[in-house]
Design a protein around this ligand. Structure first.
Ligand code: R5P
Length: 297
């Protein structure tokens, strides 16, 4: 019987996943040494069970990644027959290819290390670039959370909503959310300087006067992308501007900056657990995991 191994970055999601999937959770002790190093131990043996390790990798990413590796290692030492690694937010997935000569291909490093640790399958949620999945030498599954986000948005009392993508590349996700809401979608054009990382969004007239605008993206990090979009939307006199993402990283006081930029509601999922995690990916993860486990057994 597969057993869920909850990581310190994903306690609530692990519990929800355990309830939905019926997998029992093994007790894990977790400590941090005075110098900041993490210590992880499974408190029970796994006796040949398949271990489903659930550990997201938001900031501090490197620490969360090491803990993921420690959980995989501890599960194997505790007797797991196979280990499935679930990293709902996969750190370094934005470094999905070599952009500039001689830079490290970080997402490939992460995949190589997980595979070298003996992980037999890998599951993530809305990975920034599907290209990352091909770096895994085992089955790697990307779960989509936009249906769950759309259901949450649909439950809100919205006035003539428009779903906006702050970046043309992400418009397909906005279209999917808009289809579920039965409303229009639109997009903006954004460019990011590969050297400085600064974001420029082109001005555009949008038909949003008196309407609720929901800006959707996969990741909110500094909030710069959403803030640029909100500034452009505001010029067209909407009723409210909301922002929804799968992974709310919220670096550098992003939440405060987003609220100051006029975002009336911030929505994210529990791939990264925070005060804005209003949507759970547990149901979507559970369905995908069932298939992954069947394939492994
Ligand atoms: C980039 O391509 C992603 O889809 C997000 O738009 C980006 O990561 C958001 O970053 P930030 O919040 O720092 O603008």
């Amino acid at each position: 019987m597969p057993i869920l191994v909850p990581g310190p970055a994903s306690p609530q999601l692990s519990q929800r996943l355990s309830e939905i999937s019926g997998l029992s959770e093994v007790k894990v002790s977790y400590r941090v040494f005075p110098d900041g190093e993490s210590y992880i131990r499974l408190e029970e043996p796994l006796k040949g069970d398949v271990a489903v390790v659930v550990q997201s990798c938001p900031p501090p990413q490197d620490k969360r990644l090491i803990e993921l590796l420690q959980l995989v290692d501890a599960s194997r030492r505790a007797g797991a027959s196979k280990v499935i690694a679930v990293a709902p937010y996969l750190a370094y997935s934005r470094q999905d290819k070599v952009f500039l000569n001689y830079e490290a291909l970080s997402s490939e490093i992460v995949a190589n290390v997980l595979c070298a640790m003996g992980v037999r399958a890998f599951v993530t949620v809305n990975v920034h670039s599907e290209a990352v999945l091909k770096y895994f030498k085992v089955k790697a599954v990307n779960v989509d959370a936009f249906s769950e986000i759309a259901s949450y948005i649909k439950s809100l009392d919205l006035k003539d909503p428009v779903v906006l993508s702050p970046d043309r590349k992400r418009h397909p996700e906005a279209v999917r959310v808009a289809q579920r809401l039965g409303c229009e979608s639109a997009f903006l054009d954004k460019r990011r300087d590969p050297l400085t990382g600064s974001v420029v969004t082109e001005e555009k007239a949008l038909d949003v006067m008196g309407r609720d605008v929901i800006i959707v993206d996969d990741i909110i990090s500094t909030g710069g992308t959403i803030i640029n979009a909100a500034r452009i939307v505001s010029k067209n006199k909407p009723k409210r501007i909301m922002a929804a993402c799968v992974h709310g990283l919220y670096a550098a006081n992003a939440v405060e900056k987003l609220l100051a930029a006029g975002i009336s509601e911030l929505i994210s999922t529990d791939t990264i657990e925070s005060g804005t995690s209003k949507v759970s990916v547990a149901g979507a993860l559970s369905s995908s995991l069932r298939q992954v486990m069947e394939d492994l057994l």
